[in-house]
Design a protein around this ligand. Structure first.
Ligand code: AMP
Length: 210
């Protein structure tokens, strides 16, 4: 069973995706992390990421499907951050048909724009471990030196604005299309991590037992 988790930046997708992968042993495909790793060796990618711009559709879809093919990943995957545009969805759909892969469940974390900006501005990364914290919703534990945490370039105000407008312009039309062809389960993302996780996990369990 493959799952697509969608939501604007800052909706808690990454946190929930990790919890779901721990509970249900999905392979986690996180588009942002996947690209950041590739960007270590690719300057063009570094530029897209730093500016909060999307990697062009064809290029992105081909990176992802090549990676999935090379690693034999066809089932039990939780997708986070891909597909995120209509163009990517169409390309991905073609690949899925070709490989006889299904998307069994689409879940959407909903959150207001004000809350998104508030949360993203509070996101920090530990440069030593790569671990992401949120000074509001997912505080670093005692022992972590908060002053050493860094803010990602694309979590700075100008890039946040860009990423949110891209979500509206590019991802929302894909969600509208998905709603025509499948059920999109909406979960309120403006609640404590645990409460959101209970809803998502219940939905996954229910879908698995069908
Ligand atoms: P995220 O961590 O999901 O917010 O992604 C970080 C950045 O990676 C985005 O701002 C984009 O520059 C890039 N990115 C992530 N996913 C995609 C995608 N599906 N298509 C194009 N660019 C992406």
């Amino acid at each position: 069973m493959n799952i697509l988790l969608i939501g604007p930046q800052g909706s808690g997708k990454g946190t929930q995706a990790r919890l779901l992968c721990d509970r249900f042993h999905f392979s986690y495909f996180e588009a942002g992390a996947f690209l950041r790793k590739m960007a270590e060796k690719n300057e063009d990618l570094r530029t897209y990421l730093a500016g909060g711009n999307l990697v062009p559709g064809q290029e992105m879809s081909s990176y992802v499907t090549t990676y999935l093919d090379e690693n034999g990943l066809y089932d039990n995957i939780l997708f986070d951050g891909f597909p995120r545009t209509l163009e990517q969805y169409e390309a991905f759909k073609g690949w899925m048909e070709n490989k006889k892969v299904n998307l069994s469940l689409v879940m959407l974390l909903t959150i207001s724009e004000t809350e998104t900006v508030r949360r993203l501005s509070a996101r920090r990364q530990d440069p030593a471990t790569g671990k992401i914290y949120n000074l509001i919703t997912d505080k670093p534990p005692a022992g972590v030196d908060v002053s050493a945490l860094i803010q990602r370039e694309d979590d700075k105000p100008e890039a946040i604005k860009k990423r949110l407008s891209l979500y509206k312009e590019q991802t929302e039309p894909m969600i509208a299309e998905l709603k025509k062809v499948t059920e999109v389960i909406e979960v309120n993302g403006e609640r404590p991590i645990d409460a959101i996780f209970q809803d998502l996990a219940r939905t996954v369990e229910e879908r698995m037992s069908r």
